[in-house]
Structure formats: C-alpha cells, structure tokens
Design a protein around this ligand. Structure first.
Ligand code: THU
Length: 141
C-alpha cells in the first residue's frame, strides 16, 4: 500500500529516521540511510549505516537500530521507518534479521522530505520467511 497522508505518530517515526541519517558514516557509498524502530510500548531506537574500509563489514541503518534495541533488552516491535535518497526498501539481510523478532512489523519507506512511499508488513517483503518457529522441535509442514 502506498500512502500520501500519514498520521502524526508515523510522521514522528519518519522524522526520527531522517534525523538518524544525518549520522550515517558513508565515505564509500555516499548513500546515507536512516532508520527508526519503534517498540510496542512506544520506545524508538534509531540507526544509520556505518561503513567500513573492508566493505562487507558495513552495517545497515535498520540493523543498527535493531541491535541497539535488542542489546537494551527490547524485542517487541511494531513499526520501522527507513529513509534513503532513493526511497529504497530494507535489504534482504535486514529483512531477515527483523523477521526474527517481528514478522508482522510495519515497514514505512520514506523520502528525506518526509514523504511516505510505502507502508506495508514485513511478511510481504519477506514472504514465507524463515524464523524461530522453523527450528522448534515439532516444526513440520
Ligand atoms: N544500506 C542500508 O543502510 N540499508 C539497506 O537496507 C540497504 C543498504 C546501506 C549499506 C551501505 O552503507 C549503503 O547503504 C549502500 O549500499
């Protein structure tokens, strides 16, 4: 679903992501990304991408926000806002890591001016995802 009008809470989350992008360390790609991950009790963890001279060591904005949250003891999330200059979606690795904790997470993709391009559930971005349930002793299909 694409939306042009967003509610106040959504726009607040988008603004937090836009602000986080200002801290992006992107000397190699010059492609800043900002993320804001909201817990079900309303706490917001932000993240930016942090690149590295050994390129694959780079961490994305979404995973920065996620590991900040989990390392502080938060594991239940309801929404993520992500901003890039191109309106891009979270990458596959980020989708997978987010799916671990919140398969139904709302993913809000926005532009640096606050325009929301997409607002849709993670399980649509990562259909039939592999999660903790698959490793349960009684898991079968
Ligand atoms: N990047 C993110 O931060 N999130 C994504 O979902 C896609 C890519 C970053 C990684 C790298 O610093 C830059 O964007 C270009 O790939």
């Amino acid at each position: 679903m694409s939306e042009n009008h967003t509610d106040h809470a959504t726009q607040q989350l988008v603004q937090a992501a836009i602000k986080a992008a200002q801290n992006a360390y992107v000397p190699y790609s010059n492609f800043p990304v900002g993320a804001a991950l909201r817990t079900t009790d309303g706490t917001v963890y932000t993240g930016c991408n942090v690149e590295n001279a050994a390129y694959p060591a780079t961490i994305c904005a979404e995973r920065t926000a996620l590991v900040k949250a989990v390392s502080e003891g938060d594991r239940t999330f309801d929404a993520l806002a992500v901003t890039t200059n191109s309106g891009g979606f979270p990458c596959g690795i980020c989708r997978q890591m987010l799916y671990e904790f919140a398969p139904d997470l709302r993913v809000i993709v926005a532009m640096p001016d606050g325009q929301v391009l997409y607002d849709l559930p993670l399980n649509e971005l990562l259909a039939h995802g592999f999660g903790p349930k698959e490793l349960a002793p009684d898991a079968s299909r």
